[in-house]
Design a protein around this ligand. Structure first.
Ligand code: ADP
Length: 220
């Protein structure tokens, strides 16, 4: 299964990716996670991209496309994949289409998670993440068993630097102006499958999985 997840910050792409990766044995590629790893390791690349990420702006397409090309050719190859956070604008989507064509492969679907802006902001402000296993918590709706600590590996949870209100507003504006037009881009290619992302994660993932299974079901 070759998928792209679309949706505003806080729509649940990361959580859904975890379930779909297991279900379809695909490689999960989150540009946000890749970038944060560079920031945590204080690489020169991490320093360059921090300028953009910390202000809630997109990392320039040229940098993103270099990384994606490397992942696609060297780590993904012919395997199934789930892209989460890429493509993020029309230029990235067009470049992605060209890369896939060069590799002789195509997307199976683009899953879009739709949520109202107020729900997204509320989720992001209260979001805490495990830097190690990437589990996502919400201080009110899904708190960890022990405050500040990951249930699975005991790591100290972090409040992402870009999950503060001023940066969130900039991220949502970037999404609205640059990423939202991708829904039409993929609708025109008959790849778009839209879901309400405001409910419980388990209900959303089962709705998505049952829709995607239809794509891989043998023809009757
Ligand atoms: P979210 O989807 O919750 O906003 P991500 O973890 O996907 O967060 O991304 C965090 C930040 O990394 C983004 O705000 C942006 O600055 C940068 N980023 C991630 N993916 C891309 C991309 N494909 N193009 C440009 N910038 C990106």
């Amino acid at each position: 299964m070759r998928l792209v997840l679309l949706g505003p910050p806080g729509s649940g792409k990361g959580t859904l990716s975890g379930t779909l990766t297991k279900e379809f044995q695909s490689v999960h590629i989150s540009t946000g996670d890749i970038f944060r790893e560079h920031q945590q390791n204080h690489t020169e690349f991490g320093r360059q991209i921090s300028y953009y990420i910390d202000r809630g702006h997109f990392v320039p397409d040229k940098i993103v496309l270099n990384i994606i090309g490397e992942y696609l050719f060297n780590r993904v190859g012919k395997k199934g994949f789930i892209f989460d956070g890429f493509p993020r604008d029309i230029a990235q989507a067009e470049a992605f289409e060209a890369l896939l064509a060069e590799m002789g492969i195509a997307l199976d679907a683009v899953v879009s998670l739709d949520i109202p802006v107020e729900v997204a902001v509320q989720r992001l402000v209260q979001r805490r993440v495990c830097p190690q296993c990437k589990s996502v918590y919400h201080l009110t709706n899904r708190p960890p068993k022990k405050m500040g600590v990951c249930d699975f590996d005991g790591c100290e949870l972090v409040h992402r630097h870009d999950d503060h209100e001023d940066v969130i507003a900039a991220r949502i504006e970037e999404y609205r102006s640059k990423t939202a037009p991708l829904t039409n881009f993929y609708k025109e290619r008959s790849l778009l499958r839209s879901f309400d992302g405001s409910g419980e994660p388990e209900r959303i993932s089962s709705a998505v999985i049952s829709e995607l299974r239809k794509l891989v079901a043998p023809a009757q």
